[in-house]
Every structure is written in C-alpha cells, then in structure tokens.
Design a protein around this ligand. Sequence first.
Ligand code: SF4
Ligand code: SF4
Length: 156
Amino acid sequence: MSDDPIDRSGLRPAFWETVPLKRMTQREWEALCDGCGRCCLNKLEDAETGEVALTRVACRLLDGESCRCAQYPIRHQFVPECIRLTAATIEQHAYWLPRTCAYKRLWEGRGLPDWHPLLTGTAESVHEVGVSVRGWTIPEFEVDEDDWEDHIIEEQ
Ligand code: SF4
Ligand code: SF4
C-alpha cells in the first residue's frame, strides 16, 4: 500500500464493522478517509430549504490531482473555517458531507463501499471508480463566488 498517504496498516480487522465511531482509535479514524477530496469542494446552501449542493470549485489548498490538502498541518493559517471532523462533531456536519464520504456512510449505518481503500488495499481505487475529484476541479481563485452555481455537480 505504498501509494497510500494514509497509513492503514496494522489496524484491527474490519474495525469499521465492529467498533462504533466514538470508540475508534485515532489511527482507525484517520484510516476511514478514502482520500476522495470531495469535502474540500465549495458548497452552496439554500438558506430556505437547507439543501446543500456541491460544486467543482475547490478550496484554494486542494491539490486537484492528489486530492489532498497541500498544507494540511497548517491549513488553518490559510483557511480558518476548515473544520476538524471527529466522532464528536460528525453529527453537526453530516448534512453537508458528500454522500460517498466514509464517515457519513458509517454514521448513517451504510457501511463502507467496495471501492474503499480499506477493502481494496490501494488508495487508487477511489480514483479508478471516479468517486474522487481528481482532474475535474477548478481552484476557487479562478471563479467568482457569484458564479459558483454554474459549477454545481451531481452527487454519486
Ligand atoms: S469526503 Fe470524507 S472520505 Fe472523502 S476526503 Fe473528505 S473526509 Fe475523506
Ligand atoms: S484547507 Fe485543506 S482540508 Fe480544509 S477544505 Fe481546504 S483543502 Fe480541504
């Protein structure tokens, strides 16, 4: 699994099926992330209905090829509003997380999809099935915020 920036080795077998989110170790929690980059897309939220639409306009720090944050450890210096997702905060964030997000899936009791790196053994599987944002995002500094609605994407 050398291509995987997340260390998913040595974890309890199928912990995502048996351990509740709040009881996972920090490494298990981190290993749930599929690396899709979708949570780093800008969203539009309807003030009246509360509906959330994802756009392909990405946070300025997202690397559109690796689908990773370019400055993750110090990201709040540049993007103070970036959230820290934990088992304690997922309830307040689940409504806007992408449908495919592993944290949201487990929180909703849907389990992991068969393309998840924990099941395939490779971080490439999220890109191969087209769930990741690789290759189709636009940096937010290239699009006026008033035009984001022209870039709404269909969720899978
Ligand atoms: S949407 Fe979820 S699974 Fe995908 S990168 Fe974000 S936290 Fe990880
Ligand atoms: S700061 Fe980094 S982790 Fe946060 S939304 Fe932007 S790219 Fe994603």
